[in-house]
Design a protein around this ligand. Sequence first.
Ligand code: B12
Length: 143
Amino acid sequence: MKPIALLTTIPSDSHQWNLVFIRLLLEENGFEVINLGPSVPYDLLTEACIKHQPDMLIVSTINGHGYIEGKELVKRVRELDCMREKPVFIGGKLSTDVSMSYLYAVELESAGFTKAYCNDEDLQDFGQRLQQIKEQATVARQA
Ligand code: B12
C-alpha cells in the first residue's frame, strides 16, 4: 500500500499547473496523491485531512499570498489530532517579493510547517525528504 500525500493550495490561489507538476512528482516518488485542486477553503482541507488521514500534506501556492494564508492554514491543520505530528510542506512562490521569501519561509516554519520552500532549486531537498517519509510510512504501516 502506497503512502498517501494530500495535495492542496491556499484559498485564494486558482493556479493549477503547479498542482499538476507536484502531483506527478509525488506519484513518481511512490505516493498515492489526493489533489484537492485550486482555491481550497480551510474547512474543506481540514475535512479532507480527517477523511483521508494522509501521511503528509503538501501546499503548493504561487499567487503570492502563501506567506499570509499559509499561516492560517497550518494553524488549523495542526489543531487536528491526526495532523499534529505529520510532515506538512509548503512551496512555490510564497510572496510577490522574491527577496523577502526566505524570511517568509522562516515565519511559515515557525507557524507549524515542517519545511517551507521558496526556490525551485529546493526540489532536490524536497525529493530527499519524500524518500524518508515514504520509508517511515511503510515501516509504520507494517508495525
Ligand atoms: C499560467 C498562469 C496563470 C493562469 C493559471 C491557469 C491555470 N489553470 O493554472 C491564469 C491566467 C488563470 C493566472 C491568473 C492569475 N495569476 Co498567474 N501566472 C501564470 C504563470 C504564467 C505560469 C504559472 C504556471 O502554471 N507555472 C507552471 C508550474 C509547473 O510551475 P510553477 O507554478 O512555477 O511551480 C514550480 C515551482 O513554484 C515549484 N513549486 C510549486 N509548488 C511547490 C510546492 C513544493 C512543496 C515545492 C518544493 C516546490 C513547488 O515547483 C514547480 C516546478 O519548478 C505565472 C508566471 C510564471 N512564469 O511562473 C503567473 C503568476 C503565478 N501569476 C500571477 C498572478 C499575480 C496572477 C493573478 C493574480 C493575475 C490577476 N491580477 O488576475 C491571477 C489570479 C490568481 C489567483 N487567484 O490565484 C503572478 C504571481 C505573483 C508572484 N507570486 O510573484 C505570476 C508569478 C506572474 C507574475 N510574474 O506576476 N495565472
